[in-house]
Design a protein around this ligand. Sequence first.
Ligand code: AHG
Ligand code: MN
Ligand code: MN
Ligand code: MN
Length: 323
Amino acid sequence: MQNLAQTLTAQAVNASLADLLLTLADTSKAISQAVRHGALAGVLGATEQENVQGETQKKLDVITNDMLKDALKAAGNVRGIASEEEDYVVEADKDGEYLVCFDPLDGSSNIDINSLVGTIFSVLPAPQGELTEQSFLQKGRNQVAAGYVLYGPSTMMALTTGNGTQFYTLDPKTGEFLLTEEKVAITPDTGEFAINMSNQRFWEAPMQTYIADLVLGKIGPRERAFNMRWIAAMVGDVHRVLCRGGIFTYPTDNKNPNKPFKLRLMYEANPMALLVEQAGGKASTGYETILDIEPQEIHQRVAVILGSANEVDVCLSYHDQDY
Ligand code: AHG
Ligand code: MN
Ligand code: MN
Ligand code: MN
């Protein structure tokens, strides 16, 4: 089996980008260790701090953020960093060619119940000149690489450098990421959806109607049964979609009028959208293709609908109607 470095060479990925991806892979191995030690290492539970989005930070949110930040600052080819857990962009190397946006620990509400968590990352080209927030505000289409690492029963990485989406599995014996799926392909049709149903009463009319029709099953307009899954970690839900198809959504809601969306564009929606598109799926807000959004700020949030191409199209058709 090919390891990560060999696969990147075979794909003719630029050497500097390959180095950066190997740095991210190495750091994720260390994160995998920290996560695995759990209560034994005293890393569970919350801190007393909040991040810029008003969420109480878990200890592991802070630990994993520092691990990635330190590794990327030392890598030599990174110009700057944006993270869920950093209020502002962080300067790295003056001559660095890349910007890295990351969610160091996705699904952190799962930490204390020993359930699925992961790391999500997005790599953009660094523009010339001074590093500011503006340097990062590029469309998701500009990403030169995107991926996530899932700390599950096995540690897996999903990665794209624009040559399709690949899965790697961490070999616990050798500590190497080995290529276990060369061409991830999302089935265009599906009978499975993922949404936090407890927010139902807060959704807009198109999503209310779409989900209601799925739940009606055989007696509804879809004339077949749909199954539902929700892991509460986007990495886990998107991984399932990449493995066996499905539609995942965190739609617009009016629970809190100041916060109509939950997921973050730069380090959640964009990297997942690229992985999904590279695997033949689609990713939209309901009204706009995720990868074509012009970002306004690094912590911007968006509605996300992604997965099996035909099912995303069905969901989008509900957004075209008047209610
Ligand atoms: P994070 O832990 O990085 O803040 O992200 C959590 C996100 C995402 O992973 C998941 O899909 C969603 O929040 C779950 O939200 P609910 O708790 O509302 O189900
Ligand atoms: Mn968070
Ligand atoms: Mn997250
Ligand atoms: Mn997070």
